[in-house]
Write a protein that binds this ligand. Structure first.
Ligand code: RFL
Ligand code: PHB
Length: 404
């Protein structure tokens, strides 16, 4: 079998790329290791930047996110027992974010792919790439016990942090940069009304907490827990008790608790691979980089990589131009490193580090106090949180010149 682009991974990056390519008439096949239901069962991101919504629109799947997503124009920072609002909208020249779950983004993309009759092979095992440094890559895999081969022009590695694409690139070509944090996030999803209509990011001597949501009746909460903590050690009751202890008195009183629909622990790390292209293989999303979730950037970075890759491949097929392909890695990495810096900074500011002591807590509180009282500092937070510009003609205004 032959196609133009083989996409490895049916997470949000792979599905979005497939849909964008389809709008430009570029054939693609997706190979996914898990079942569709498994992919939909992973509860992850919740905050979409405007550029991500724009890309969903271009892919023809943005209407439900626009209709049902919750527009947010501010966030609250809680420290020393009190909450302070950061007016994202006013400080970023009128931009906002949209709270709409990754699960819903994935569902919308899956349905559009199915409706368009595009090929997706779920439960594809032992994916192996060959010849990505030449002109005609091949992708081998097994499915239902039978071996299959796909020939293609390009391979997009959208297979997440543990995928096969990055591992197929010779180690001598890749440079990786990594920081593991000494804590994780314990997350709970519950059918209870959110404690506040905006997200609350809390710095406390007991550790970080985040109050988020999926809708007006479904809340998503996170607690900082030590690295290596087991989810089985946390009953629902223990979770709610600890969350209450990290909130301000008003939020504590308003908090409505209920049975958890999902409970899991995610480790926190920063990780970047350079370059993001090897011949005709491109890495996009978590396959190339990981950020701690504090800045809400992971899914948004996956979307912007895909925006750059779509532009590069569309230019290749329509205009026989290789500029987008040649500059893909460089253009992605500039935006990636900015988001890695922001996510690292916000994580460092909001979490309790094991060796920080009372001095570390005081320094964090002084920085937070500065952040809420300085227009310059809160503007910097706001413009990073709503998302830095993408510099592509597809996502940031039609017709703008391509800037490598
Ligand atoms: P994914 O979602 O991991 O999808 C990769 C897919 O590839 C498949 N795969 C393979 N398929 C075939 N062959 C192989 N050998 C394969 N190996 C893997 C996998 O099964 C999977 O289906 O990567 P993608 O598409 O790059 O998307 C990235 C996002 O999922 C991730 O960055 C975000 O979820 C991060 N994140 C957040 N991002 C935001 O922008 N805003 C947020 O508010 C936000 N909150 C979060 C988050 C991540 C979290 N966790 C659990 C790490 C909150 C949390 C708690
Ligand atoms: C979420 O709702 O899952 C969420 C929101 C904001 C973050 C991280 C996760 O920074």
């Amino acid at each position: 079998m032959r196609t133009q682009v083989v996409i490895i991974g049916a997470g949000p990056a792979g599905l979005l790329l497939g849909q964008l390519l389809h709008t430009a008439g570029i054939d693609n096949v997706i190979l996914e290791r898990k079942t569709g239901d498994y992919v939909l069962g992973r509860i992850r991101a919740g905050v979409l930047e405007q550029t991500t919504l724009d890309l969903l629109d271009i892919a023809g799947v943005g209407s439900r996110a626009r209709a049902e997503g919750l527009p947010h124009e501010g966030i609250e920072l809680l420290f020393q027992g009190a909450r302070h609002r950061i007016d994202l909208h006013a400080l970023s020249g009128g931009r906002r974010v949209t709270v709409y779950g990754q699960t819903e983004v994935t569902r919308d993309l899956m349905e559009a792919r199915k409706a368009a009759g595009l090929a997706t092979f779920y439960e594809a095992e032992d994916v192996r790439l060959e010849g990505t440094d030449g002109n005609s890559p091949t992708v081998h895999f097994t499915r239902g016990g039978g071996a299959q081969t796909l020939r293609c022009d390009f391979v997009a590695g959208c297979d997440g942090f543990h995928g096969v694409a990055r591992q197929s690139i010779p180690g001598s070509v890749l440079q990786t940069y990594e920081r593991a944090y000494p804590f994780g996030w314990l997350g709970v999803l519950a059918d209870t009304p959110p404690v506040s209509h905006e997200l609350i990011y809390a710095n406390t001597p007991r550790g970080f907490a985040l109050c988020s949501m999926r809708s007006e009746t479904r809340s998503r909460y996170y607690l900082q827990v030590p690295v290596g903590e087991r989810v089985e050690s946390w009953s629902d009751e223990a979770f709610w008790t600890e969350l209450r202890a990290r909130l301000d008195p008003e939020a504590r009183d308003r908090l409505v608790v209920g049975p958890s629909l999902e409970k899991s622990i995610a480790p926190l790390r920063s990780f970047v691979t350079e370059p993001m292209r090897f011949g005709r293989l491109f890495l996009a999303g978590d396959a190339a980089h990981i950020v701690p979730p504090t800045g809400a950037k992971g899914l948004n970075l996956a979307a912007s990589d895909v925006g750059f890759l779509f532009e590069a491949l569309a230019d290749h097929y329509r205009e026989h131009s290789s500029a987008g392909i040649d500059f893909y890695s460089q253009r992605c990495l500039q935006r990636v490193w900015r988001a890695v810096r922001f996510s690292w900074w916000f994580t460092s500011l909001m979490h309790r580090f094991p060796d920080a002591g009372e001095f570390g807590q005081k320094i964090q509180e002084a920085e937070l106090d500065y952040l809420i009282s300085s227009q310059a500092a809160s503007t910097s937070l706001a413009e990073n949180y709503v998302g830095l510009p993408m510099n592509t003609r597809y996502a940031d205004g039609a017709g703008a010149p391509m800037r490598p």
